[in-house]
Design a protein around this ligand. Sequence first.
Ligand code: 13P
Ligand code: SF4
Length: 323
Amino acid sequence: MNVEKVRCSVKTPEDKNKLVEEIRRLKKEKKAVILAHYYQRPEIQDIADHIGDSLALARYASTLKDVEIIVLCGVHFMGETAKILSPDKKVLIPDIEAGCSLADSCDAGEFEKFLEKYPGYTVISYVNTSVDVKALTDVLVTSGNAVRIVETFPKDEKIIFGPDRNLGNYINSISGRDMVLWDGACHVHEQFSVEKLTELKKEHPDAKVLVHPECKKPLRLLADKIGSTAALLDYARKSDAKEFIVVTESGILHELEKQCPDKHFIAAPPEEAGCSCNECAYMKLNTLEKLYKCLLEETPEIIVEEKVASAARKPIERMLELS
Ligand code: 13P
Ligand code: SF4
């Protein structure tokens, strides 16, 4: 899936101001809260009540008070997690087609067959999964807490990790474990090129390199900091460096530039010249107009059947307890 180079989806500043005003009015009238991921379009991040990485969004969803509607500006699995943690609230997503290639790389039926080959193994899954895969899982992790959670298990614990082979490989290398890995990946993070990053590093020798753990090992080896979107932001804020090369979805540059106005951020280019594959086309499906329409019409709504929700809730709650 490719995406047009991201720009504000609204034509004029006047149209944008009107939409923003209307969204704010509807939000108040309907006791709604907007949660947005760092990969969302800048204008959506700007209007959100809370922005965060997957872990922070799950935490917000589980602790919000006096709220009737959560609008999850992110991808579908994030909306499902919010719904599972807040079953009494209506959870909306501006575009129901906002999926995730990583979650799609792990079909629940195939995953179940894979697990049958490893009886007695503990199943740890990345939160970027469907609700059915979550229901087959003992404990979930995000990129913000994965190493910490895996390390709560004894060194000799037999573990299966899915679906991201890159994150799994990273956790194995840091924790000294030998988890069995499901062979899945994110199409955005797999696109970054070691050659291009090496060239960029030569052009900017003082720049620090920020890498998301969904990237392949050769890229991670060039990193000064590997971490979740929130961890990369934190590192950039605290660092004395003035220049950073960012090897993750480029939507994060908006918050990096907001939090560090005196620093310079360079989005690492993908392998294919001129393509905008360092943007997650799914994340960018959400627009300001769709956000307005979804608040107005209270649709599309995320629905999770209670039986599967209750099975998926256990590993999510276990993650929140452990992190
Ligand atoms: P974070 O939890 O680091 O924000 O990552 C979510 C994601 O989808 C990365 O591609
Ligand atoms: Fe999924 Fe990759 Fe998009 Fe993250 S960047 S939501 S892992 S497709």
